[in-house]
Design a protein around this ligand. Sequence first.
Ligand code: SIN
Ligand code: CO
Length: 373
Amino acid sequence: MKTQSILGGLTPQAFLRDYWHKKPLLIRQAIPGFQPLLSRDALCTLAANDDVESRLITRAKGKWQMQNGPAKALPSFSQKAWTMLVQGVNLHDDAADALLQKFRFIPDARLDDLMISYATDGGGVGPHFDSYDVFLLQAHGRRRWSISSQKDLTLQEGMPLKILKNFQVEEEYVLEPGDMLYLPPHYAHDGVAEGECMTYSIGFRAPSYQELGEAFLQFMADTIDLPGRYADPELAPTRKPAEIGNAMLDRIATELDKVRFTREDVAVFLGEYLSEPKPNVFFDTVERPANLTRFIASAEKRGIKLSRKTRMLYKGKHVFINGESFAAGASDRKLLALLADTRMLDGESIKNASDDMREALHVWYIDGWLLPA
Ligand code: SIN
Ligand code: CO
């Protein structure tokens, strides 16, 4: 399926220019005849899994309640107005991963995950806003979305989840399976299930500058090199022993001022930071892995593909995989960029890999970061 077809005939260029980060877009039959990728039971099984992030939201007599997963026991399916949200389904299911890949006209550095919500009649998470762009794809049943461009984003106090204080509906759409609604960040919305329904949220990530700054300073702490030690051969006697003297302050300020960072430092930091898997991601290591020779022989025949859980990025010669970075030689660089972009390499390409790259591929295979195709 071409990207264009999930955007209702709009090209990615036109979508990004006119809607992305700007205004909502309703795409009727973005994926015609769309069928849920996971059954209700499969989704519940996933939600009960310890390394899957999930939340259960109920509303009884107007009172919101939220419980973090793993969701081992769920309300009855005949009980109204509850909803279960399952995060990162793409990490656990091939079809969900394949759906997310259709949104790769947006860079991986921005793409986050596929969340699936299941709701019984009347279920939802209440009127709220998100800080990220989102595509809401209706997968099963119907959901009524009320949306608003309101600037008043004050939240009700003392709630277990974000609920807008004054939600003023401007538009309403009932989405059927295959319909998709795009919402920019901070656009108020409320989706209520009309009968049992499932909605898929394709979410994005946009780290705050504060978060980036703090992580960057930690990264720089491992990188800086400031030789020498404080010395004061000209020290004079003091009558205020507790005071930090100006001479000391000046000297140390001058030394610390030598901390510099380049655009390349930022690139390496960003690649490591953005390719770091979430804390709840565990790779399935191979129990009895093939040795290097056998692994390469099989990879040259059948090719390899990245695990659904692997995050791989690159910038220039720097390659990043699951939070690690290294500089690749000129010929490997092209192959690794191809692996990151297409998430696979065919056997013929692997024949061109250097010994270093073959060894790296073998280690990644043992760690479960990639697997034979
Ligand atoms: C849902 O699917 O119920 C909630 C998704 C959202 O509003 O972001
Ligand atoms: Co939302």
